[in-house]
Every structure is written in structure tokens, then in C-alpha cells.
Design a protein around this ligand. Sequence first.
Ligand code: NAG
Ligand code: NAG
Ligand code: NAG
Length: 186
Amino acid sequence: MFARAVIAAVLAAPFVAQSVFAADCSRTYTVQEGDWCDTISAAKNVSTYQLAVVNTGNIDSSCDNLQVGNTICLGTVGEDCTTTYVVKQNDSCDLIAQNYQLNTTILYTNNPQIDAECSNIYIGEVLCVAKSIAVPPPPAGSSLPAATIPATATPANAHPSTSASVPSSTSTDAGNDDDLPWCDEL
Ligand SMILES: *[C@@H]1O[C@H](CO)[C@@H](O)[C@H](O)[C@H]1NC(C)=O
Ligand SMILES: *[C@@H]1O[C@H](CO)[C@@H](O)[C@H](O)[C@H]1NC(C)=O
Ligand SMILES: *[C@@H]1O[C@H](CO)[C@@H](O)[C@H](O)[C@H]1NC(C)=O
């Protein structure tokens, strides 16, 4: 009967204060005018996935709630990939893995948002190309961060439609479909 409910004020803040994650952050960044997630990622050697996952609940999935002066986390202690690559036109996962001498298993583990066909990488996306597992794992029970191509982005490779009308002639970029090492693991 004497119990008093203490009602905490819930702020409808669009962006949670930096103190929430400050303890775990190995690097932080203060948002400037004109910044967008992938431009910050490219400039600071942070992967698109890592920036999204370490700011889960702070930066929204379309990265449209950044405000000048916000401090965001770039990486967490012990799980901070600083070896990154910015996706260009015509890139494929095989090509990127080859260029950095990594196997595709590690590329997919460090960039779990990439789909099994590598069809959702886009120009300007920043990938972790470290040779060992370097990023935090995807959060359990919520949607995978950074899995959707942003509305303003261009896919890196034009994939033929999945309909049966695709010509079967030998094209220069077909022929990798028989060794997709990640298929069994996803
Ligand atoms: C990002 O990586 C590149 C290539 O390794 C390096 O030249 C550059 O100094 C790095 N930038 C930052 C901010 O770490
Ligand atoms: C990508 O491929 C298309 C079609 O083959 C070609 O026209 C274009 O120049 C290529 N772009 C780059 C950056 O290599
Ligand atoms: C890729 O490298 C990792 C770490 O060295 C290894 O565990 C894995 O079996 C390799 N995967 C493939 C497909 O070679």
C-alpha cells in the first residue's frame, strides 16, 4: 500500500547519448555537416556493417537520423576491423576476396550482411577485408544490420533476373556458381 511507483521519464530522443556505449568504444567520431554513414565509414576505415552494428538502436537503418555533433561509436574494443575496402562498380565477392587474399568464408563472416549470391553489395559500401574474424557478431533476435541496399545506392554488379530467360551462353562472369563455399554455412 505504501509502495510508490517511480516513473522514469522516457525521452523520445532520436539519438541516444554517447555515454551508452562509451565504455566499449575503441574509436568514436563526431558527426559533421554532410556526413552519411558510408562516407564516415570510408573515411575512417570502418565497415558498413560494423558501423551499423555498434550503433544499433542509435543510428537507424537508413542512416537518416544523424545530427551534427552526435558522437557515434566506430568500433568496439577487441572487435574493431580497421582493414576495409570500398566497393566499386563490377566488384564481386570472389574478386574482392582474391584481391585481399582472403577466402570467402572469412569475407562473409566479417560482412554478414552480404547475401549468399553476393548480389547485395553496392557501390560505396565499405567491407571489412581483414584476414581473421574482426567484427562483432550480428545481434541475436533483431534484423541483420546493413543488409538492405540503401535507396540511393547502386548495386555493384548487375545480376541477370532469376527468370528462366537468362541466356546460357558463356559470359565472363558466370562460372563461379559451382564453388560457393558459404552456401552450406548459411
Ligand atoms: C585507412 O586505411 C588506409 C589504407 O590502409 C590508410 O592509408 C589510411 O590512413 C587509413 N585511415 C584511417 C583514418 O585510419
Ligand atoms: C563495369 O562493367 C561494364 C560492363 O562490362 C563496363 O561497361 C564498365 O566500364 C565497368 N566499370 C568498371 C568501373 O570497370
Ligand atoms: C577460410 O579460412 C579460415 C581461417 O583460416 C578457415 O577456417 C576456413 O576453413 C577457410 N575456408 C575455406 C573455404 O577455405
